[in-house]
Design a protein around this ligand. Sequence first.
Ligand code: ADP
Ligand code: ADP
Length: 225
Amino acid sequence: MANVRLESIKRRFNNVTAIEDITFEIPDGEFWVLVGPSGCGKSTILRTIAGLENATSGNLYIGEQLVNNIPARQRDVAMVFQNYALYPHMSVAENIAFGMKMRKIDPKLIQQRVGEVARSLSLEHLLDRKPKQLSGGQQQRVALGRAIARQAQVFLLDEPLSNLDAQLRDDTRAELKQLHQALRNTTVYVTHDQVEAMTLADKIVVLNGGQIQQIGEPQTIYNQP
Ligand code: ADP
Ligand code: ADP
């Protein structure tokens, strides 16, 4: 079980309060989407859950565990960034395997999982290529593959489709939806795109100025006067 619970999370950078009094609980397996204008704190929330930022105050639980002082590497989370962040000198296979290698998983098992993940994302024929030999959509699928391969219970995605052209964005969005239906890992997803929020979210968190404005199902959020 990996529900994700934030209790009054606050993050200040010097004099700037990036987020304040952020409280919500994502039940195990749900897909939640964070929306709101640029600078409202979406990335800070994601990075705090990942352990890439430390909260100034408040408590964060993953499953039953209080993780405030648990480093990113020891949290059961996988994060996908907007700009892919693939390792340019590594092949697709090595990129997908990287998180598992860091966790000292048996090399045979790594090889098997790389194969499975590549199949599920239609990347099998690209395993020996370097990132710069791939299209943007293929690179984004490798970044997703690297996150999926870790089999983390919690999946964090920061505008993972925003660098793709319209057609690829539609295709990859549909793939993401299918993947989530298959894997059912607890997911927090940041986007500016209303279509993505509508099609992917179980719940949407609307943020403004570092605070929660509203939490609700997509039809509630987008159908009000
Ligand atoms: P969003 O992802 O919604 O665009 P962010 O979480 O990136 O918003 O930023 C929220 C606020 O915190 C912004 O005012 C931003 O400038 C500020 N901020 C984020 N990271 C830092 C940082 N490392 N140092 C100083 N201010 C930061
Ligand atoms: P995004 O727009 O995708 O949220 P940004 O480009 O705003 O990301 O931020 C990239 C990095 O810079 C992040 O690590 C963020 O924490 C940091 N950052 C954002 N705003 C500021 C700021 N005002 N001062 C210092 N660092 C910041």
